[in-house]
Design a binder for this molecule. Structure first.
Ligand code: BES
Ligand code: ZN
Length: 867
């Protein structure tokens, strides 16, 4: 079905709703093909004058409508599948609607749909309107009472938000349950799940002594695999009490795992819905990265209960108010659960891999966009990752104390409201006494600031002058930028690694750590009493989401790698040397980097997770982004050559690490995961040696005692040109064919394999009987792994990679527009490439644009990418 014409929604046009709905009672008569939804809303006009009430709908079929018990005359309203307008309703009334929907026919996975014979919902952002006509906007908060009726044999468990108040049997083998959520909420937080589940249960005693019953509902047979998610949930609840003084506010907290889900997870009040991939884990079927992601996402969705649910967004432009803040909270949680520096480096890697490219291309937009066509397209790395960084900078600029007080002020003052970014920032202006108006530029301007710094040291006077400048390149719709305040966490070391204290001009004492803020386009910071030529590190812990050109020499970076007290700076120094070698053909420095990484191996036992990160060179996507005229083939070759130099230099030690027996019994702890990460990094480096090292990989595969080890070995085999890859794949498939999450890994490792035949393999996999275009996990395992983790094949000079992705998106679009639109984001880099590649990318995108039936979601992404 063709969507309505593309309309642009603008932040500047925001109007408060003319009506409120304070209470809604819903009755669901569940049936896969024809579900009846009766909605009784208490509606209240907010203004004086009589005004029409316009309710949102999507693919709805209205069965009946009445006001205060009287069936409405046909002339009193107009209705179509997308809108219900009541022309002149009273000021206060009871609206009763019955709509009919078909969950089984819903392939978009938005609204009420079926997944493995179970009912489930996804309402964020605008899915509730696919259930009943409603004021489907986040600033309309209502109390929900939900009665669910269904066949008891097929759907024994009936869940919704809030507390279960009543349940019982009905005639004809049906039964019912009534759920009441006492907390007013926006419609996007509504949820309903019904079906046959296995569940695990636990409880959590809150600080004030209330008992919360916890439940996780999964496919029958999967219960034990949900234990780590349950453990993560309890740790998250405790952490939010300890860190932010936030307690949970219902007697019940449930999570349901769903096999067919467009996103990672969803924070519905009291009833989170999760992609199964982010709930189910055990040693044999999940990697350490999976365990880590489960902890992070369970935390994230739980933390939304305060940042998102109790305090929600006034409108969807404020999405970062809940998402950026919750990403920040989630990152802090993970840092406290594991290693803070390792967490920080991983977060920076993710930001660079996903957000910097977005900010540098045609889809660039501010953390708070000012217009959109489909809000689904704005759940982006910028809103999430950069949105999280903005909160981190706020904390750095106002200081820890004022940040903590500002958060408490926000929780107290804004509780129960639909708020804006301004409401949030006002709390920190108040707690710190600072004027934060310049800080708002971080929310308003797109683009990654490029920071440049140059130092000058005068031996005679002991004066060190550091000139720092910033610039943001134009982005779509924003030609001119004004400088945002950039926190610089700065310190100095000497060549031999000694820390150097310095007295900032105007300061009374020397310090070894300087917390500066660059507020102008250019500033020269002057330091006195500097006893030796300093090597500056400007972005301790990556204090701002910027790129940095600090002009340091390789020798200076080697000194940082060896000695800087900040782990992020040590890691970054190695990455910077590697980038320089690969991008400017500074091959002569490769042996020096190899020696420096040898030292990381020497001290790897102290912090194996850190060493593992140090051993991984910047990936091809990062090089493509950093290169003015990227040639993926050349960059790949440069990267492989450097990897080979390093691997050859340390071959014996790497093989010993890679061949070490797995630890039993398995533990998902950060320490054990760190040791496995080092093993995986060793395998990955050895893969650069090609088929000659394949024996090591086959052995590692055969001896693996965990999925982490098996997957790393398989990945290394996929990089080497050994036939052993296909043997291992066959073995893997036979062993795991009944486990969809593991088979997703089987698809992904092949799609990401940088072999010459990558595209042929991916094409074959698309025809594989286990490929399923309706299952988002499977689609992403194939297509996103290919387009994002296999850049050389995706950006093939003949355009074959581009065509593959566009064809697949075209096939998915009629079924699931949100998924199709998201699949196309790897096209965001197309303008960076040579003429020939650009032509191919453009024609692939134009082929989509020409489709008259293309969804609104996909059309917006295609048009903005082409513009
Ligand atoms: N509120 C989102 C879920 C969501 C995403 C709804 C996109 C509608 C559109 C949820 O809190 C979320 O952010 N989920 C992330 C995972 C998270 C840990 C970053 C997701 O689903 O990717
Ligand atoms: Zn979220």
């Amino acid at each position: 079905m063709r969507d309505a014409e593309n309309v642009t929604v603008r932040l500047a046009d925001y109007q408060p709703p003319t009506y409120s709905i304070d209470d809604i009672a819903l009755v669901f008569s569940l049936d896969a093909d024809a579900t009846l939804v009766a909605a009784r809303s208490q509606v209240r006009r907010r203004g004086e004058a009589v005004a029409p009430l316009a309710l949102d709908g999507k693919r709805l079929d209205l069965q009946s409508i009445s006001i205060d018990g009287v069936v409405l005359d046909g002339s009193a309203y107009s209705v179509d599948p997308e809108k219900l307008i009541i022309h002149a309703p009273p000021a206060n009334f009871r609206l009763e609607l019955v709509t009919r929907i078909s969950p089984a026919a819903n392939t978009a996975l938005e609204g009420l749909y079926m997944s493995s014979n179970r009912f489930c919902t996804q309402c964020e952002a605008e899915g509730f309107r696919a259930i009943t006509y409603f004021l489907d906007r986040p600033d309309v908060l209502a109390r929900y009472a939900v009665r669910i009726e269904a066949d008891k044999a097929n759907y024994p468990t009936l869940l919704s938000n809030g507390n279960l108040t009543e349940s019982g049997d009905m005639e004809g083998g049906r039964h019912y349950a009534i759920w009441v959520d006492p907390h007013p909420k926006p419609s996007y937080l509504f949820a309903l799940c019904a079906g046959k589940y296995e569940s695990i249960h636990d409880q959590f005693a809150t600080k004030s002594g209330r008992n919360v019953a916890l439940g996780i509902y999964v496919d029958p047979g999967d219960g034990e695999r949900a234990r780590y998610a349950m453990d993560s949930l309890k740790r998250a609840m405790k952490w939010d009490e300890d860190t932010f003084k936030r307690e949970y506010d219902l007697d019940l907290f449930n999570i349901v795992a769903v096999r067919d889900f467009n996103f990672g997870a969803m924070e519905n009040k009291g009833l989170n819905v999760f992609n199964s991939s982010l709930i189910l884990a055990d040693a044999e079927t999940a990697t350490d990265a999976d365990f880590e992601a489960i902890e992070a996402v369970v935390g994230h969705e739980y933390f939304h209960n305060w940042t998102g649910n109790r305090i929600t967004c006034r409108d969807w432009f404020q999405l970062c108010l809940k998402e950026g803040l919750t990403v920040f909270r989630e990152q802090e949680f993970c840092a406290d659960q594991r290693s803070r520096p390792v967490q920080r480096i991983k977060d920076v890697k993710r930001l660079r891999a996903r957000q910097f490219g977005e900010d540098a291309g045609p889809l660039a937009h501010p953390v708070r966009p000012s217009s959109y066509q489909k809000i689904d397209n704005f759940y982006t790395a910028t809103v999430y990752e950069k949105g999280g960084e903005v909160i981190r900078m706020l904390k750095r600029i106002v200081g820890e104390d004022a940040f903590a007080r500002g958060m408490q002020l926000y929780f107290e003052r804004r509780d129960g409201t639909a708020s804006t970014v301004e409401d949030f920032i006002a709390c920190f202006a108040e707690s710190s006494g600072q004027d934060l108006s310049q800080f708002m530029r971080w929310y308003e301007q797109a683009g990654t600031p490029a920071v440049k710094s140059r130092g000058r040291y005068d031996e005679k006077t002991g004066l060190y002058e550091l000139t720092v400048s910033q610039h943001i390149a134009p982005t779509p719709g924003q030609a001119k930028k004004t400088p945002p305040p950039i926190p610089l966490w700065l310190s100095f070391i000497a060549k031999d690694g000694a820390r150097i204290a310095a007295k900032l001009e105007g300061d009374t004492i020397s310090r070894i750590e300087h917390h500066l803020v660059l507020v102008n386009e250019e500033t020269t910071f002057r330091f006195n009493d500097v006893l030796e030529a300093p090597i500056p590190a400007l972005l301790h812990s990556f204090s701002a989401p910027v790129t940095l050109d600090d002009g340091l020499s390789i020798e200076e970076r080697l000194a940082q790698m060896a000695h800087d007290p900040d782990p992020f700076t040590r890691w970054e120094a190695g990455q910077a040397i590697a980038r320089e070698i690969m991008l400017s053909d500074a091959k002569a420095h490769a042996p020096a980097l190899a020696i420096a990484l040898g030292r990381e191996l020497d001290r790897a036992q102290e912090d194996p997770a850190f060493a593992a990160l140090a051993l991984r060179l910047p990936d091809l996507n990062e090089l493509i982004l950093a290169s003015p005229s990227p040639d993926p083939e050349k960059l790949h070759a440069a990267r492989e050559s450097l990897r080979k130099t390093i691997a050859a230099a340390h071959r014996v030690r790497l093989e010993a690490i890679a061949g070490a027996p797995g630890e039993l019994p398995f533990s998902p702890s950060a320490d054990a995961a760190g040791r496995r990460a080092l093993k995986s990094a060793a395998l990955d480096l050895l893969a650069s040696l090609g088929a000659e090292a394949a024996g090591v990989f086959s052995d590692a595969y055969q001896n693996a005692t965990s999925m982490t080890e098996a997957a790393a070995a398989l990945d290394a085999l996929g990089q080497s040109n050994s036939e052993a890859f296909d043997d291992a794949l066959e073995q893997f498939y036979q062993r795991w064919r009944e486990n969809p999450l593991v088979i997703d890994k089987w698809f992904a490792v092949q799609a990401a394999s940088p072999r010459r035949d990558a595209l042929a393999r991916v094409r074959r996999l698309r025809e594989h009987p286990d490929f399923n275009i309706r299952n988002p996990n499977r689609v992403r395992a194939l297509a996103a792994s290919f387009a994002m983790r296999n850049p050389r094949a995706f950006h093939a000079a003949d355009g074959s990679g581009y065509r593959f992705l566009a064809d697949l998106a075209q096939a998915i679009d009629p079924l699931n527009p949100a998924l199709a639109a998201r699949l196309l984001t790897p096209f965001e880099s197309w303008k960076r490439f040579d003429e020939q590649r650009q032509q191919h990318a453009k024609s692939a995108l134009e082929q989509l644009k020409a489709l008259p039936e293309l969804s609104k979601n996909t059309r917006e992404v295609v048009e903005r990418t082409l513009a």
